[in-house]
Design a protein around this ligand. Structure first.
Ligand SMILES: Nc1ncnc2c1ncn2[C@@H]1O[C@H](COP(=O)(O)OP(=O)(O)OP(=O)(O)O)[C@@H](O)[C@H]1O
Ligand SMILES: [Mg+2]
Length: 474
């Protein structure tokens, strides 16, 4: 789509002259001879750049500027000021003009200023396009992702959504389990029925039971009224049982019966009520361990895990880190402003972090950093990352062979070391290598193995500095 320029001047020959000069640019050009006529034209077809004289009979250029700023804020306005209207020029800039030209101006001045305005508009449109793409291409009911390791999750959601099968979602804390549950609901035929979430943690058993299955007045000491219960609230829709293993074992039995019989028995009532709620449960601990420690009933586990979805940890889907960081930066920003951006060093740092708190942690880090950053750019210095817990725990070794445990411990050490190193060196690989007293090639190998930076990027940097060990580049 070609850009559109509107030239406004009451002096017809001047307007024509300007239009003629600008016809060299790749843009459509329209001419108006008063502010009123300009507004009419804009109404019919908005322009990207408006060039206008300040002094005109009727509505003047400044008033036109105000009008355009208000109604077409994306458009750039350039004003022509004559001798003796310097004050107006200052005023114009303050009121949001893109620039001004003092008459008489030559063709080059006119072309340069107009081209600058057009380029800026193109950049803004490009950013808007990229952001729209970011939204459209990778957003699945609020789950943003581009890393291929998330693909199985999205496919699983698509597959289970049309059914009423129970689903067990497993994933570390903060990986987006609730988001996945909501996506299943949103993608299902139940989408316009309620989505209800229940979390038993920190509730005494009786209260949890009343909350979930409902109760008759007087069923327990503080039950001062009948309660419907979340199961029935979710009738026709979806019930999310968050952290299913935090439910007392007795209640887990009642949940199992409800799933089998498709009816709930409110506390203190003898009459079961039919219910049709699709149940999705989440857990952030491995099922094997929960079963072994008897924190999850085996029969309930089998019933729930008709379909299992494992949400990968953020460190296992590195390509999502820049995407999500960008998303969270953008969400912080009001629509009319341009979001802050991450410096390359900041991005490298984010990519090399271990993210024990996953997406939630990334969101917190990015939001804090954006507050810290003074300018448009978020730098490594603006970011605070928690140290990962490197301590070896006996239970870590439970089901893992020695070699595998060792490899993973070494990798965690390298990750942590390199992350700290890159942080200190503000993302500069050469400086980092110097600090660690290793060759850049060696650091490069580690970064590459850990998948900590785009390969092209590192290779480019190595090439630039004429790497001393070219054989190790492969
Ligand atoms: N892929 C994603 N795209 C956008 N936002 C995400 C994504 N994954 C997670 N989030 C955001 O990260 C935060 C944590 O997600 P969510 O609550 O779903 O995680 P969780 O696995 O249920 O965490 P917990 O185990 O602590 O309950 C939320 O604010 C969520 O919106
Ligand atoms: Mg959750």
């Amino acid at each position: 789509m070609s850009a559109r320029i509107l030239v406004v001047d009451d002096k017809r020959d001047l307007a024509r002259g300007v239009a003629l000069v600008l016809s060299k640019l790749q843009a459509e050009i329209a001419v108006a001879h008063s502010a009123e006529e300009a507004l009419e034209l804009l109404e019919r077809e908005p322009a990207d750049v408006v060039l206008s004289d300040i002094r005109m009979p009727g509505r003047d250029g400044l008033s036109l500027l105000d009008c355009v700023r208000e109604r077409w804020p994306q458009a750039h306005v350039i004003l022509f000021t004559g001798y003796g209207t310097i004050d107006s020029a200052v005023d114009a800039m303050r009121r949001g003009a893109f620039d001004y030209l003092t008459k008489p101006f030559n063709n080059d001045e006119l072309l340069v200023v107009t081209e600058r305005a057009l380029n800026e508009i193109r950049d803004q449109q490009e950013i808007a396009r990229l952001r729209a793409e970011l939204r459209g291409t990778y957003d699945f009911h609020g789950i943003y992702s581009r890393d291929r390791h998330m693909q199985p999750v999205i496919e699983a959601i698509r597959r289970v959504a049309p059914t009423s099968a129970t689903v067990l979602i497993w994933g570390e804390s903060g990986t987006g389990k609730e988001l996945v549950a909501r996506a299943i609901h949103a993608e299902s035929p139940r989408a316009n029925r309620p989505f209800v979430a229940f979390n038993a943690a920190a509730l005494p058993e009786t209260l949890a039971e009343a909350e979930l299955f409902g109760c008759k007045k007087g069923a327990y000491t503080s039950a001062d009224r009948d309660r419907k219960g979340l199961f029935l609230e979710a009738d026709g829709g979806t019930l999310l049982i968050d952290e299913v293993a935090s439910m007392p074992i007795g209640l887990q039995g009642k949940l199992l019966r409800t799933l089998q019989e498709r009816e709930v028995l409110p506390l203190g009532s003898g009459t079961p009520i039919q219910v049709d709620a699709r149940v999705i449960a989440t857990t952030n601990e491995e099922a094997r361990r929960l079963l072994r420690e008897n924190r999850l009933r085996r029969d309930l586990y089998y019933r729930l895990s008709v379909m299992r979805i494992a949400v990968p940890a953020l460190r296992q889907r590195i390509e999502d880190i820049p995407l999500l960081a960008e998303l969270f930066l953008e969400r912080l920003t009001s629509p009319e402003k341009v979001a802050k951006r991450l410096s390359p060093g900041a991005l490298r740092l984010l990519i090399s972090h271990d993210w024990p708190g996953n997406v939630r942690e990334l969101q917190n880090v990015v939001e804090r950093a954006a507050l810290m950053a003074r300018g448009e750019e978020v730098s490594p210095a603006d970011m605070t990352l928690e140290d990962d817990d490197l301590d070896w725990q006996p239970e870590d070794a439970e089901s893992v062979p020695y070699e595998e445990a060792k490899r993973s411990a070494i990798e965690r050490f390298q990750r942590r070391y390199v992350e700290h190193l890159m942080h200190e060196a503000e993302g500069n690989i050469s400086a980092a290598a110097r600090k660690a007293n290793m060759t850049r090639a060696a650091l490069h190998r580690i970064l590459k193995r850990l998948g900590l930076a785009a390969e092209g990027e590192i290779d480019a940097e190595l090439e630039e500095g004429r790497e001393e060990e070219p054989s190790s580049l492969v």
